[in-house]
Design a protein around this ligand. Structure first.
Ligand code: 6R9
Length: 655
């Protein structure tokens, strides 16, 4: 664990107030309104969430108690009963939304499907009935390993409907990774597809399931297979079943199971830097409420919106903000199967134009890729339907923020930079777009009800603009409940790094941040991504932002390597824009550029040019691996989440 102070020298001062036009129709219209909400929630969080639970969700039975908090175990809405699939589907069927588009899906080859709330409800009920026929009961776990097709969302909602916790495993994960997760969750059933389309190829998936189950996963009895690509697929007799066979003739009615508020809704695995992946557990009532309210206020969801989140359902972002949050709100949610590819670098903008997308939510890694591909792609499409842009996953460099604002947002769309984690269930620090003026690179201020702080290791708040650990001081409904099967790891990982302060436990999941003189939070990345040069702590993020602001640089990742003189020296891995070549001259230019942007302290000792950076499958730069490379150490720890091994191999060769 690094020291508590992270010196920040980012000088970003630009301020973007919400437009009067946007604020006028927004759910939250003024900064005053946000502040009042925030203060009310802080004074009595239980009352605040209880009122929202009452007004926003349907309960079969109201709770007896709002919160039971025995650190680190929180339980919300005890005694309350509900079903999230009922809240996402059934309750809309008695309103005009019955025939509203719930899910708009665009396949990569150009096929598409729109499901209204009535149609989605019917398919979910059918799949729920099929799953029950396959012997799955309330409480049994179900693995979902799917491409981005409607059946991925249908499978999640079907599990939720019958009370079987799902564990979605990202379709890009290997057979081994899938196997580990199925074993840990003791899944009874796996729902998958023959394959999916990505970057102009049919990617087989079922074959990975076969491999994962090759030596037997004792808990798994059945595999339900959706036909997507039509490629030849092995079907194990007695174990594997085609969805379309079982769907034919099954009833489209299935009552939603009555769930206790604290019944487990899903497990989602997230990797740590060491050890096996953690099964993050979320439960029903609190998660439903939290994703519903955060989606509604931070994205200002309205009934006229066409909302598109580009994440994969295999990540928390897909769970909370493609499926549960938007559908609970009765919104229209867009799902896209493909990825930008050389045959169609503008495919995202085609989707925006085709469906008139109004809210677009993506990650900095995608934005950096768009920048690299060139603005002529978005410029050639009509993006005038967009009214709000979101970002998540990593700190966004101010340069990328400004590009997003200018090129995609036409300088009229607020940018909602949402800081949160698999563990938090939903947005924690985020602007409310009709109320909060934004600053490029800052996720701004905490959501009402979230008592955030920046502290030192003893749990004391640090001063203005001082770096420290980003913590949360009071439980919130969407927080994870435990690590599946390992409550001890839950306590150790999230609640013991920072000393409890006056008996108050602080939630800490690994990010460093600073709070500026106006109360805005600047998330500086994982605390292990901090470099100490001559005793001064530099956030990798700021040096990277300085590099990216040079016209030649497309992407940069900065790490420290041991240095006798200064403690650590800055090493920068840089990928260049098309048309630029790495050279000694450019290397010197870039070093001087960092010096003039930040100061001599941040001057990189070394710049390494590379075509690509090692990233996780969700697009986050894996600085840990670069750190080992830079200091010439063996790479150790978990690399199962690495997107493309060859990137690492190439960097090694070049070293
Ligand atoms: C939702 C998601 C969580 C980690 C988190 C932080 C980083 C996410 C961010 C951000 C700066 C943002 N992160 N959003 N950093 N600004 N807006 O990404 O969940 O995959 O669990 O990752 O991602 O480091 O701790 P998850």
């Amino acid at each position: 664990m690094s020291q508590p102070t992270i010196e920040s020298i980012l000088k970003e001062k630009r301020l973007f107030p919400p437009s009067a036009e946007f604020s006028q129709t927004a759910h939250i219209k003024h900064l005053d309104e946000y502040q009042k909400l925030y203060e009310r929630a802080a004074a009595d969080p239980e009352q605040f969430w209880a009122e929202l639970a009452e007004s926003e969700l349907h309960w079969f039975k109201k709770w007896d108690r709002v919160l039971d908090w025995q650190p680190p175990n929180a339980q919300w809405f005890l005694g309350g009963q509900l079903n999230i699939s009922y809240n996402c589907l059934d309750r809309h069927l008695t309103t005009w939304r019955k025939n509203k588009a719930a899910l708009i899906w665009e396949g990569e080859p150009g096929d598409s499907r729109t499901l209204t709330y009535a149609q989605l409800h019917r398919e979910v009920c059918q799949m729920a009935n099929v799953i029950k026929q396959l012997g799955v009961k309330k409480g049994d776990r179900v693995g979902i390993y799917m491409p981005m097709i409607p059946e991925a969302a249908i499978a999640m909602l079907a599990c939720a409907r019958i009370g079987a916790p799902h564990t979605v495993v990202f379709g890009g994960f290997s057979a081994e990774a899938l196997r580990d997760r199925l074993v840990d969750a003791e899944a009874k059933l796996v729902i998958t597809a023959d394959g999916g389309f990505r970057k102009d190829a049919a990617i087989p998936l079922k074959i990975q399931v076969d491999k994962a189950l090759e030596h037997g996963v004792s808990s798994v009895d059945n595999v339900l297979v959706v036909q997507r690509t039509g490629e030849k697929t092995h079907m194990e007799p007695g174990r594997d079943h085609w969805w379309h066979d079982l769907q034919a003739g099954v009833s489209g009615h299935c009552d939603a199971e009555v769930m206790d508020s604290e019944d487990m809704l899903f497990i989602l695995y997230t990797s740590g830097t060491t050890g096996k992946p953690k099964g993050v557990v979320h439960t029903t009532g609190g998660y439903n409420l939290y994703t519903h309210v955060t989606n509604k206020w931070a994205f200002d969801l309205q009934d006229t919106d066409v909302y598109w989140c580009t994440a994969d359902v295999g990540w928390i972002t897909g769970h909370s903000y493609i499926v549960y949050g938007p559908l609970s709100n009765g919104a229209t949610t867009v799902m896209y199967e493909g990825a930008p590819r050389s045959s169609n670098p503008g495919c995202f903008w085609d989707v925006v134009e085709k469906y008139g997308v109004t809210i677009f939510y993506t990650a900095p890694t995608a934005i950096r890729a768009f920048i690299k591909m060139g603005e002529h792609h978005p410029n050639a499409r009509d993006l005038s339907s967009l009214r709000l842009l979101g970002t998540v996953g990593e700190p966004i460099n101010p340069e990328a923020w400004i590009w997003y604002h200018r090129v995609i947002g036409g300088e009229r769309c607020p940018i909602v930079d949402t800081w949160w984690q698999t563990e938090t269930g939903g947005f924690m620090i985020t602007p409310l777009p009709g109320a909060t003026p934004t600053k490029p690179g800052s996720a701004t201020m905490p959501f009402p009800g979230i008592l955030a702080d920046v502290v030192d290791l003893d749990g004391n708040s640090v001063g203005e603009n001082q770096g420290g650990y980003l913590v949360v001081k009071h439980p919130w409904p969407g927080m994870m409940r435990t690590v599946y099967g390992d409550p001890d790891r839950f306590r150790r990982t999230y609640w013991e790094h920072i000393a409890p302060k006056d008996g108050q436990y602080l939630y800490f999941a690994g990010d460093g941040a600073r709070r500026d003189e106006t109360g805005y939070y600047w998330v500086m990345g994982r605390v292990d991504d901090v470099i100490s040069v001559s005793g001064h702590r530099l956030g990798t993020m700021e040096i990277e932002s300085a590099l990216v602001s040079h016209p030649s640089v497309a992407e940069a990742a900065v790490v420290g390597k041991p240095d006798e003189l200064r403690g650590e020296a800055v090493v920068a891995f840089v990928s260049l824009e098309d048309g630029y070549q790495g050279s000694e001259d450019l290397e010197n230019q870039l070093k001087e550029h960092v010096v003039s942007e930040i100061g001599a302290l941040a001057r990189p000792a070394e710049i390494r040019f590379t075509d690509d950076l090692p990233k996780t499958r969700s697009g986050k730069i894996m600085r840990r691996l670069l750190r080992s490379l830079a200091s010439g150490e063996e790479i150790s720890g978990d690399t199962s989440t690495l997107q493309d091994r060859s990137v690492l191999d190439k960097l090694r060769e070049g070293a």
